[in-house]
Design a protein around this ligand. Sequence first.
Ligand code: F6P
Length: 534
Amino acid sequence: MTGSLPVTTRCDRTPAWEALQAHFAAAGKGFDLRQAFSADASGSTKGAQRFANFSQPAPYVFADLSKNLIDERTESLLQTLAQQCGLEAHRDAMFAGEKINTTEQRAVMHFLLRQPALQAGDPPQPWHDALAEVHTTLSAMLAYAEQVRADESITDVVNIGIGGSDLGPQMAVLALAEFSTPGKRFHFVSNVDGHELAGILSQLDAEKTLFLVASKTFTTTETMTNALSAKRWFEAQLGAAAAPKIARHFAALTSNVAGAQAFGITTTFGFWDWVGGRYSLMSVIGLPLAISIGAAGFKEFLAGAHAMDQHFRSAPASRNLPIRLGLLDVWYRNFHGFSSRSVAPYHSALQRLPAYLQQLEMESNGKRVDRSGAALPFDTAPVLWGEPGTNGQHAYFQMLHQGTEVVPVEFVAVKKAAHNLPSHHEKLLANVLAQAQALMLGQADAGGHRDFPGNRPSTFLLLDELTPASLGALVALQEHRVFVSGAIWGINSFDQWGVELGKVLAKDVEARLASGEVSGLDASTAGLLQKLRA
Ligand code: F6P
């Protein structure tokens, strides 16, 4: 942690950017996937070489990028772009604990949350002390998780948190439900809309409930409002017996332990300012998952992520999956001009993956200025959206196949099912393969309405099984690919100033809703406010 950051160059100021523009005009724009496969007759199957070049294994994930609008020249120019931007130096600065979150003067070390202890003979690391704290906290959290698991009197665990303090744990608890301890139900309350909390409280018995109040800052209005109402409900349910039971029925997961204690929660698990909210799933924010799958399962989850960290740190750039995916994102956003990416997990347990990735991508890279604060002359984060397959096929896939905009799709499929209904899984896998195929091949000359243009790109991520380790690897893969595109764009992927204005205005409007004072408001807000008060 020397404090000096490596010199990086914004993508649009590199020679490679210009070369990519020329390449796009000459070959990228009119690129045809079908031709790319049929022109490659080197193997026994047409396109075998293309598949070999553009697919690769990474820890727990096999990726096929061959159905994307790229050729070898595209990838090699993108790789040159990465070099000229100083991507690897920026990555290494993150792994060295440099304060690459410059607007908040913070290191970005979520990788440390899954870093095993250093062994004798390992090179000294600048984050040595921080790692010791990580392991102490992890042990305490896992011991607590085991204690809750063993406690049959606790039947319901309610996580109260929002954004990174909700989406990650919720996504992962659902994804790994197969590994969950029996006898416990998990609930997630995030919205300040009281319908959510009220609906969940109505199902609970206070004596059998554990509330986890998850908030990095312990100041977020939604979470504080929900936590206060949950505490009042608990006190109302148990009357005089409530006070001594708060320590057993409420725990806080936060980097603001003092704030949690001031709120009246004494059971606390802490983390650090160098863990961004949307990168905090493997900190104590993962406690619901640890309770669900147990200490051993949680350690496997961390190990899967660590394996992907190692891949990102050390695999050569040309076979480095987060780098290849991040560069592909840049190619699509800045050269093809595609404004969104759809993620389609073909596994119902991954139902919250798109929502989780939405925050990861859009809160990290939804920025319009570079690291020095200068306005960017090019686009950044795409809109990320999606639903599990096959449901999406019967909803919005129509647009993917025949709409006017091209939307790259990222399929996530899992080879082995965890259920005993083999015919279902065969159909599911057939569908995911067929959708990728149909997007690419299209169907020409079938006449107007039945014409599928094809040449629509997709990436295919394949897991052998959905396990704690493979989910951990998938999460780390996505974290790092977001890092890569953010680094190329020259933005700070680790702050989120864009959420502040709405928070400030909400406070003002809340006071006006109470008082009826509309002076100085725009006519629309004033008119609506008066309607709400009438
Ligand atoms: O307002 C956005 C945000 O700060 C996210 O970045 C974060 O994940 C979420 O709110 C919740 O914040 P906290 O964990 O501090 O309650």
